[in-house]
Design a protein around this ligand. Structure first.
Ligand code: TYM
Length: 334
């Protein structure tokens, strides 16, 4: 275990998990457990940068954990935990705030995007959000961070913070690399395929959720926005809708784009959209069924959270102690 490389990633429990989250991140996690020491979080502290309904936030982490396990993350092989259960995340985050520049945070695309869409709640947490993410990653000395393309800039900032800190205090932090899938790093909204699919836009059917009913998934795909041509061809610039559907279909079936193009040569978009919908229904069916079973056993899910928090705290506290010592904090007398 000690010599394995370390993987860390997380997903916000700010809503149900989407097809985008699954393809960009979750799908790639399960296959890594044998080769790496893997830590996967439910990042509730990140979620509260936008207002959450407390009763929902009490429920969503259980649903998310059930889906993690149903997607193949074996709790015996992966450390699965809730971010707020490991105090070191908040503690290191404060320290790293003092080693992160205002200008760096102002350049984060996600901050610019989220603050422009949410003008009534541009809170300090939204601004320092990437520092908490850096703390998440650096606490575990993660080598690799499997995420979608939208998180690349945050992982790069994490490296910059680590380099700055190491430059002052010596080799404290390992420098992490983002691990981004070749196909599906940015799944687009089915209704507005120039925008990323996001759990905050579920109203118009452009966003598909892992736990959606088959008929709802089919309806979303049948209504997916395409273009005025008729050919199934990969061209993200001119055919964003079709290219997005091709990526989804490719991930579901393992088929190359060229194979998909010939498979649908001469057939209409209607046929293609239906096939993609069916492939997604079949992809999610076993996950939905298994999640439902797991959710019925809350005591088991709680035991996973407990064990995960204990294991994660052990590693995280080691790093935090080292950091406190380096910066000159006095250890609490025993
Ligand atoms: P979050 O919760 O927004 O998204 C979770 C993961 O899903 C990926 N993703 C997508 N990938 C492709 N297409 C999409 N449409 C799509 N939507 C979401 C995201 O890239 C991400 O990998 N800040 C992070 C959570 C986080 C984290 C961390 C990640 C907190 N601490 C430490 C890695 C390491 C976030 O908000 O992800």
């Amino acid at each position: 275990m000690e010599n394995k490389k370390i993987i860390l990633s997380g997903i916000q429990p700010s809503g149900a998990m989407t097809l985008g989250t699954y393809i960009g991140a979750l799908r790639n996690w399960a296959s890594l457990a044998d080769e790496y020491d893997c830590y996967y979080m439910i990042v509730d502290m990140h979620a509260i940068v936008a207002r959450q309904v407390p009763a929902t936030l009490r429920k969503t982490p259980f649903e998310q954990l059930a889906q993690y396990i149903a997607c193949g993350l074996d709790p015996e092989k992966n450390t699965l935990f809730i971010q707020s259960h490991v105090l070191a995340h908040a503690q290191l985050s404060w320290v790293l705030n003092c080693y992160t520049m205002f200008g760096e945070l102002s350049r984060m695309t996600q901050f610019k995007d989220k603050s422009s869409r949410n003008e009534e709640n541009i809170n300090a947490g939204l601004f320092t959000y990437p520092v908490l993410q850096a703390a998440d990653i650096l606490l575990y000395n993660a080598d690799l961070v499997p995420v979608g393309a939208d998180q690349k800039q945050h992982v790069e900032l994490t490296r910059d913070i680590a380099v700055r800190f190491n430059g002052i205090y010596g080799d404290v932090f390992k420098l992490p690399e983002p691990y981004i899938p070749k196909v599906g790093a940015r799944i687009m909204d089915l209704q507005t395929p120039i925008n990323k699919m996001s759990k905050s836009d579920i109203a118009d059917g452009g966003c598909v959720l892992i736990l959606d009913k088959p008929e709802d998934i089919m309806r979303s795909f049948k209504r997916a926005v395409t273009d005025s041509e008729t050919s199934v061809r990969f061209d993200t610039e001119n055919k964003p809708g079709i290219s997005n559907l091709m990526q989804i279909y490719s991930v579901c079936t393992g088929k190359e784009f060229s194979t998909i193009e010939s498979e649908f040569d001469g057939k209409g978009y209607g046929d293609f959209k239906k096939q993609v919908g069916e492939a997604v229904v079949e992809l999610f069916r076993p996950i939905r069924e298994e999640s439902e079973k797991l959710l019925a056993d809350k005591a088991y899910l709680e035991s996973v959270f407990k064990a995960g928090a204990e294991k994660a705290s052990y590693s995280a506290n080691k790093t935090l102690r080292k950091v406190y010592k380096k910066i000159g904090f006095i250890e609490k007398p025993r």
